[in-house]
Design a protein around this ligand. Sequence first.
Ligand code: HGA
Length: 609
Amino acid sequence: MCGIVGAIAQRNITPILLEGLRRLEYRGYDSAGVAVIAAGKGIQRVRAAGKVIELENSLDALPANGHLGIAHTRWATHGKPAEHNAHPHVSHGLAVVHNGIIENHAPLRKRLKDLGYVFTSETDTEVVAHLLAHHYAENNELLAALRATLAEIHGAYALAVIHEDQPETLYCSRMGSPLVVGEGSEERYIASDPLALLQVTDCFRYLEEGDYARLTMNTCEIWDRNHQVVDRPIKRYEHSAHSLDKGEYRHFMLKEIFEQPLAISETLASTLGNDHVLTALLGPDAETRLADVANIHIVACGTSYHAGLVARYWIEAQAGIPCQVEVASEYRYRTVVVPANTLLITISQSGETADTLAALRYSKNQGYLSSLAICNVAGSSLVREADWRLLTHAGPEIGVASTKAFTTQLVALLWLTTALVQVRNGITEQVTNNVRALRSLPDVIAQALTLEPRITLLAERFANKHHALFLGRGTHYPIAMEGALKLKEISYIHAEAYAAGELKHGPLALVDEDMPVVSVAPSDSLLEKLKSNLEEVRARGGQLITFACETIEQTDDANHETIGLPWVEECISPILYTIPLQLLSYHVALVKGTDVDKPRNLAKSVTVE
Ligand code: HGA
């Protein structure tokens, strides 16, 4: 969600703030603003609806210069996109910028109004400004006021605060939304993403959940959520992360596979409360609109279509909402029956996929309740033309074969499923379970990535093969489909995926020693059924490769190799099992010597029909 920048320096910091905002533009936003303090001048605030360039134009007309300042690009969750809702918000000499959602803003607003505070915006953020002012008035101590405020707000936030009584001090905090402290020479900065500050530093302290900090030009004091002083070590920014070069990796695809823990963390930033999802991420009236959804149609192409197929299992099983999934190139040319209160979900990495975009346009006159785009590019056509959007923050994906875009789409879809359950049933065990599982994902994916050396060896077995079968059941059937697609795309080996129960209805006839069979066999409710299907393959001399939970007893022999993955909650297992399949295709492609990042005949963003 959009971004924060702040700085304290001897020099005028306004250019640093503006450059920071420009660097955050890719995240998508609807308004922008800055507040700076120059000694003896008080807070100067300039805000503008629209793009950062509008803010720059306003600053040309009304320059604001100073040594301490904060800036923000806003994507509205509470209150429409408009100048009066843009951040920073001010109260009695202080200014605040905020990323995230303050869930208990309504009772706090009422209390502060009763105390005489006057609200000039509809945002949840403005309560933070007044609450800080209220606590500051109690004892004139800004750090204490920040502590008292943090103790009262619930939800997700990255916050930055300045006060004209302290023109040399910048305060900040984070919980559920990212925030880093940048270290310069007698200068300090903060930002929601290091990218925003790379023009001034590449040294960062990464604040942890619940941390708050007080920064001056020469000092950086950080406290953890238990109010203990902590040291967050300075780390040098790794330019390869999310950047447009391959860094230490041989191919973009491999780099992007390894970026998945980070991409997933960034996609989840500001989306989760303690034990529930922050539905306001979808906009102020999200709860009512989600509660109205009685049916779902998902439309997408290629890898995104596979993400939709996984989501169908989640949505029907968890939220009890009928869901159908279709490839966009078919959907756009047929007569669709749209039951009352159907939500259309389109999924595309680039947001420019021609068939998906045409499907969205076609849907406009079909009587849908509304449309939601799940997309990795904030300013794309799909996002602009849909009623709602749910952004994945995978960062640029250069490799033609999609990897981190797919897993972050799955994360967004599991988040959405959880939101649908939550608005219907409240914060149930299912909801808290999903939230806990989503939070654990970056770590378990990092563990799965350590399997690479074993998978490299396994890939040799495909050197002389021309065909392969992929098997899965339930949510892992679409993961098998995605595994087969990856192998086809980059190694040019013909691969097909089957729901494992379908094997005996035809494809078993193909199985012999020349046909590797890859199966995705997590420890879920369908494992026993799947095992029987695998026996059918073994009995026919097939070469079996199984990705299974490491807790399960393995019965390997010359024709059967099992790779163990960590145990995870069933809901995130399809996301985890995607990783070894990506690594397998990548290493098979290396064995085959194909052009991994630019496979023949394929394009990254399919903008033609
Ligand atoms: N909830 C706040 C901030 C949203 C956000 O993170 N924007 O960048 C608002 O609606 O203003």
